[in-house]
Design a protein around this ligand. Structure first.
Ligand code: T1G
Length: 697
């Protein structure tokens, strides 16, 4: 047997162990020897039962995603599952870690499934723009019922072993000695001559939904509410529904056809790109396996405002206690009160138990005394965005923090090198830029200072993963990666309105593309007064934005900005704003005209791509897929479009350069001046990923 598949015996029970580090993906070099082993064992009369298990940290985590888009070599995963279903002796999957995608589908080809208490089960294919393509949409409904299967497959979220056991996906759960218990379980099945029924013939759980297709269709409509612009969720739902209206064989073949339609599509390619891009981002040039992360047992957070509170919750939610410091006890208590309220809301929504809330609140220590930070391994400041304030805070931190403590700034655009220079330990200083709400948003921009030590970066990446964030290491510049490109995307927002567009028209182009909202709605949400204050400090003006602020129209928080918010949240167009825009255009002698969707895309998305190319040129981002990871996890870039740089390659870099040159010629604005890198790639017919130091698939 190859090392990927080994067969051992325990009396009449054959144990088949798969070993394909790191996650036992069902690569071809596993599938081929496994099929051979199964066929041999099936026909071996000395074998009374079979246990299928995995070496390493997890059961099979799915098909091998790197094989998608390439010719698939037989045996296919469905072939293996079909072989398992022809066994006339008990087959038992012994599951630890995560049985995901094709891994769970393989396990459902067995008669029984037993699991370790900590195991998880899921069909996350939808997150890759796919659907379970090896029988998952047909076998899962037969084990847990169509309603639960629909929710699991359309969301792609895993469930625990306890839930899987309750729902009938798993037949037994063990607190320890999984394999020994699985072997006993198999011996017992054989000894009792258990009547065997492959999952594919068990229809009892489908009956109720078959009798009420209209009811199930209502469940499908509910499940698809959030899947704006993506094809896979609806395809998943349709395939699960086929279990109710087709025979097993026909529905299985139909599922396979759906799979091949999706796997060859741009959306799945985009989502698979982001899957690997996110993992690639954690591989930082100059940070090697020898740079061991420092232990982070306690975190200090300076500032209990919106950001400081959210950051603190992120660490506590990840199991790391926090010392939260504010200038006054009143501000501290206010911050702790907001945190307690946030947890109470989670309890009321059922996403957190009362017990967990109490446990988490006990992990906060409040103080107004810097000396109380002396035992913190990492201290993050989330104070006012002014360098003078940062200087004062880092000076104090340098005095009280223990040797080896890491000092991080949550600044969203200030110079981290300048901040590091406020201390005597610049190699222990970096930026950790969270996105609001910090306890929800996944992205964490880790800002690498000139002197930041490699093990400090390794620590920030490791602790980011511990608290469920997606880390991307970025260089020092104004706005780093995300906000710098956001500025470019919005640079023409005022002139588009003056020249003839309306806020609603522009924002609709954005939401039709798949953004959660458009520029003007986003500015209303953030507060127009923020930009107004910044422009005044820089001596800049924005005709429309300034006029709105002078009228006290700061956006959602004042009930009106570019839009009206009669219910406090939903934007409604305001004729007064359109009149204001027309008046400003007249003042400036701008002749308004019809603005097309293409023009709006070219004057927002293309400057953003151009800025991304400049960021690559300057080494602020190590690879184009890091930029895609920033945008997918920090700004709601539609995952079906793969991120700005991936999408740009779909559009075609030569076309983008040609249109940038047109607008540069027409407006003379630097934001349209094609970067050298973009021009070079377009001329050479190359893509951004050719520039990367580390490549995503
Ligand atoms: N195929 C190939 N490589 C994979 C992989 C997979 N399925 N899963 C992980 N890797 C690589 C990953 O790129 C990284 O590589 C390393 O393993 C460790 O991963 C037919 C069609 C299992 C929860 O979607 O969710 O089955 O960076 O850093 O944080 O119906 O990996 O080390 O070079 O994520 O401990 C369905 C995807 C596939 C599960 C572990 N399955 N994987 O998380 O490690 S489609 C999935 C995960 C399918 C069938 C369909 C996670 C994990 P490198 P990691 P982790």
């Amino acid at each position: 047997m190859t090392q990927s598949v080994t067969v051992t015996r325990n009396g009449g029970v054959a144990i088949v162990t798969l070993d394909n580090p790191p996650v036992n993906a069902m690569s071809f070099h596993v599938r081929e020897p496994l099929q051979k082993a199964l066929l041999k064992l099936r026909d071996d009369d000395s074998v009374e039962a079979l246990v299928l298990t995995c070496a390493g940290r997890t059961f099979v985590a799915g098909a091998d995603i790197t094989e998608f888009g390439k010719p698939v070599q037989r045996p296919h995963l469905p072939d293996l599952i079909e072989t398992l279903e022809t066994f006339e002796k008990p087959t038992v999957a012994a599951i630890h870690g995560t049985a995901l995608g094709g891994g769970l589908e393989l396990a459902m080809g067995c008669h029984f499934r037993v699991a370790d208490r900590g195991a998880k089960f899921g069909l996350p294919e939808v997150k890759l723009g796919l659907l379970p393509g090896a029988g998952g949409t047909q076998r899962l409904p037969r084990l847990v019922g169509p309603s639960k299967a629909l929710k699991m497959i359309v969301s792609g979220n895993p469930i625990s072993a306890a839930e899987a056991h309750k729902d009938g996906l798993v037949d037994a759960v063990f607190d320890s000695d999984l394999l020994a218990n699985a072997i006993d379980f198999a011996h017992d099945l054989a000894a009792r001559g258990t009547i065997l029924a492959p999952v594919s013939v068990r229809d009892e759980k489908l009956a109720a939904a078959r009798a009420d297709l209209a009811g199930f269709d209502a469940e499908i409509a509910e499940a698809l509410k959030k899947s704006r612009g993506l094809d896979a969720p609806a395809t998943c739902a349709r395939s699960v529904r086929n279990a109710l209206t087709m025979g097993f064989g026909e529905a299985l073949a139909t599922e396979r056809n759906y799979f091949f339609e999706l796997v060859l599509g741009d959306q799945s390619r985009a989502q698979r790109h982001l899957f690997f891009a996110e993992r690639e981002a954690a591989k930082v040039p100059g940070v090697g396996k020898g740079d061991r992360p420092r232990k982070i047992a306690r975190v200090g957070v300076i500032g209990a405002g919106t950001m400081g509170g959210g950051i603190s919750m992120s660490f506590v939610n990840g199991g790391i206690p926090v010392t939260l410091l504010e200038m006054t006890d009143e501000a501290l208590q206010r911050g702790l009160g907001v945190i307690a309220k946030n947890y109470a809301i989670s309890v009321s929504r059922g996403s957190l138990t009362e017990e967990a809330k109490t446990k988490r609140l006990a992990m906060f220590t409040g103080t107004t005394d810097y000396a109380d930070l002396a035992d913190c391994d990492l201290i993050i400041e989330a104070v006012f965005e002014e360098m003078a304030v940062k200087k004062e805070v880092f000076g104090k931190l340098d005095a009280v923090a223990k040797p080896g403590a890491i000092l991080a700034s949550n600044t969203s655009y200030l110079d981290v090198n300048e901040i590091a220079a406020f201390t005597a330990r610049p190699s222990d200083v970096l930026g950790m830029h969270f996105f609001s709400p910090a306890n929800v948003m996944k992205l964490l921009e880790i800002v690498r200072g000139e002197k930041t030590a490699p093990d400090v970066l390794a620590t920030a990446i490791a602790v980011a993963k511990t608290i469920g964030k997606v880390p991307v290491v970025v260089g020092v510049c104004h706005g780093f990666v995300g906000n710098r490109m956001l500025g470019a995307r919005g640079a023409e927002a005022e002139d588009l309105l003056l020249e003839g567009a309306t806020p609603a028209q522009v924002d609709k182009v954005f939401t039709d593309f798949g953004w959660p909202m458009g520029t003007y709605q986003m500015w209303d949400l953030a507060g127009l007064d923020i930009g107004w204050r910044t422009r005044k400090s820089l001596g800049k003006t924005a005709a429309i934005g300034d006029a709105l602020c002078e009228q006290g129209r700061f956006g959602q928080k004042t009930g009106k900005g570019f839009y009206l918010y009669p219910d406090g949240r939903t934007p409604v167009t305001d004729p007064e704003v359109e009149a204001l825009i027309e008046a400003k255009a007249r003042e400036k002698g701008v002749n308004r005209r019809t603005i097309s969707t293409d023009e709006i895309m070219e004057r927002t998305m293309y400057p953003m791509i151009n800025e991304g190319a400049r960021i690559l040129e300057e080494g602020i981002a190590a690879r184009s897929s890091d930029i895609d990871t920033v945008w997918a996890n920090g700004y709601g870039f539609p995952v079906g479009q793969g991120g700005p740089m991936f999408w740009a390659e779909l559009v075609g870099l030569p076309k983008i350069v040609e249109r940038l040159e047109y607008w540069h010629g027409r407006t003379g604005k630097e934001v349209y001046n094609p970067s050298t890198l973009l021009r070079q790639l377009a001329e050479n017919g190359a893509g951004f990923s050719s520039t990367a130091k580390g490549k995503a698939a």
